[in-house]
Design a protein around this ligand. Structure first.
Ligand code: FPP
Ligand code: K
Ligand code: ZN
Length: 490
């Protein structure tokens, strides 16, 4: 199997890196914590006398503040054990440079673009037989690889024609895309296919999407309570709501439900009916957002919910209308792991590079709603550069894990959220601007520039701007929407 038709390459099988022990990592720290301030000082002068620099020139209390390890619960549980193991795996990469990467001017590993490009090009190639279980995820493998490559500044036009011909048989005669030829359509596949074709961005890529049948297919996913299912009879969750609006907005489909949409029987007439209220019902007691009303708040579903609201209208209006923002911000700020600096997806769970996007990508959206400067973008960039880069290329969940296209794509998208400053220009009318029709809100973003005042990434460590709502290269969403706005009807 291959993500992309017509290529013959072996997927690299790099060995996992050696894992340092917790003992090695924390031995010096334990010794520091056992010392009083005065003992510390005498140790320090002894060290200087013997002309070695065994301990840093700070007091224990300063040290504890500087590493910001949160207060630890004395009760040991499965949760605290895996958290300790995670710290054991991550700390050496934050404190040193176990992979001997080249360092930037801030002493952090540089973004190893060429190695990651090589990894993603391989990810577009052939897979070993055990990847057969991933067959229905081929659209995803293509999207993650293409999006990751563009974030790294790689020109993907060499793949354009093959992307179009690969997806052509995945499109179902009744609308939407499946995971392969002959498979039933599904919103996840339709999302990955649509974004991949929009990244290619040629007229033949655009025209390969049957917009009329897609509109009918999305109409069949709309539910009487306002949400969307992922396939007929499938889960109704915030992914469905986000994906439906991404596709309607990018392809400039009519906002009216098609005449054959079952939800019309219950009085609904447009894709937006009851949608904001349904998203609001997904906000939980913790303040975060879950897949569906009553579930546990989770980063990936929160991004989908905020992305959906960002397409429905200006974030400042839709977020404040449908969500309790102080509670949401409280939950979001608690998702940044300390001292790791990366994000985890839900309460009491582990830092993971993919949440660099699922949570990291929520920040530009809430910033567009007016809530700024309440997350640590440098800590995220540090986790990605120091802990999430695999030695032989590709990015990972956490040290000790193997790289894959998914974690490579979403670490890089999270790095874009950390590095780039956006402004939301809703209401500003510019001649020739796209997105003036229905669901045009996500076309009102502007790139202000890179964060410059405080940063830990060097010139070469900057990724290309990733669109904060559509998660495609900056400019590609606008080009697609313009193309479909200029088309008469379907
Ligand atoms: C839990 O996995 C994670 C999920 C159930 C989220 C999966 C959903 C996405 C990745 C979002 C998809 C988005 C779109 C646009 C379709 P886990 O329990 O292994 O991870 P955890 O311990 O980090 O929660
Ligand atoms: K995980
Ligand atoms: Zn992950």
């Amino acid at each position: 199997m291959s993500a992309l038709a017509g290529q013959d390459q072996e997927l690299p099988q790099p060995p996992p890196p050696p894992r340092p022990t917790l003992q090695e990592v924390t031995a010096a720290e334990d010794r520091i914590e056992e010392l009083s301030d005065s003992e510390w000082e005498s140790q320090d002068s002894e060290a200087q006398d013997s002309d070695t620099m065994a301990t840093p020139k700070i007091t224990p209390s300063e040290y504890v503040r500087s590493v910001t390890i949160p207060i630890q619960d004395k009760l040991a549980t499965g949760t605290t054990e895996v958290q300790d193991e995670t710290l054991e795996a991550v700390l050496p990469f934050l404190q040193g440079n176990p992979n001997d990467f080249e360092l930037n001017m801030f002493g952090l590993p540089t973004l190893r673009k060429e190695a990651h490009i090589k990894f993603l090009k391989h990810a577009l190639g052939r897979y070993p037989s055990n990847f057969a279980a991933m067959d229905a995820a081929r659209p995803w493998l293509l999207y993650w690889s293409l999006q990751g490559l563009t974030a790294l500044g790689h020109d993907v036009s060499e793949y354009g024609e093959r992307v179009v011909s690969t997806f052509a048989p995945f499109q179902h005669p009744t609308g939407g895309f499946g995971g392969g030829h002959g498979q039933l359509p599904h919103l996840a596949c339709s999302y990955a296919a649509t974004l991949s074709l929009i990244i290619v961005g040629t007229p033949s890529a655009y025209d390969s999407i049957n917009r009329r049948t897609m509109w009918h297919y999305l109409g069949r996913m709309k539910q009487p309570d306002g949400g969307f299912t992922m396939c007929p009879g499938g889960e109704e969750d915030t992914r469905g709501a986000f994906i439906a609006l991404v596709i309607i907005s990018l392809l400039n489909l009519p906002l009216d439900l098609p005449p054959d949409a079952p939800a019309r029987k219950t009085g609904l007439t447009t894709f937006l009916d009851h949608l904001g209220d349904w998203i609001g019902r997904c906000q939980t007691f913790e303040g975060g957002i879950s897949a569906a009303p009553g579930n546990e708040a989770h980063g990936a579903y929160a991004f989908c919910a905020l992305g959906c609201l960002s397409i429905m209208g200006a974030p400042a209006s839709t977020f404040n209308k449908y969500l309790d923002m102080p509670r949401l911000l409280h939950w979001m700020t608690a998702r940044q792991s300390a001292p790791e600096g990366g994000f985890h997806g839900r309460t009491n769970k582990l830092v993971d590079g993919c949440y660099s996007h699922w949570i990291g990508g929520c920040w530009p959206l809430v910033e567009a709603a007016g809530y700024t400067n309440i997350w640590n973008r440098n800590a995220l960039a540090r986790y990605i550069l120091a802990a999430a880069q695999f030695k032989k290329g590709g990015l990972v969940d956490k040290p000790g894990k193997r790289p894959d296209a998914y974690h490579t794509c979403y670490n890089l998208a999270g790095l874009s959220a950390a590095q780039w400053r956006f402004a939301y220009d809703g209401g500003v009318e510019v001649e020739g601007e796209v997105g003036k029709g229905d669901l045009g809100a996500a076309f009102c973003w502007r790139v202000e520039g890179e964060w410059e005042d405080q940063r830990v990434w060097g010139e070469g460590d900057t990724v290309r701007v990733v669109h904060p709502v559509f998660v495609v290269p900056w400019g590609k969403a606008e080009e697609a929407r313009r193309y479909f706005e200029e088309k008469e009807g379907f």
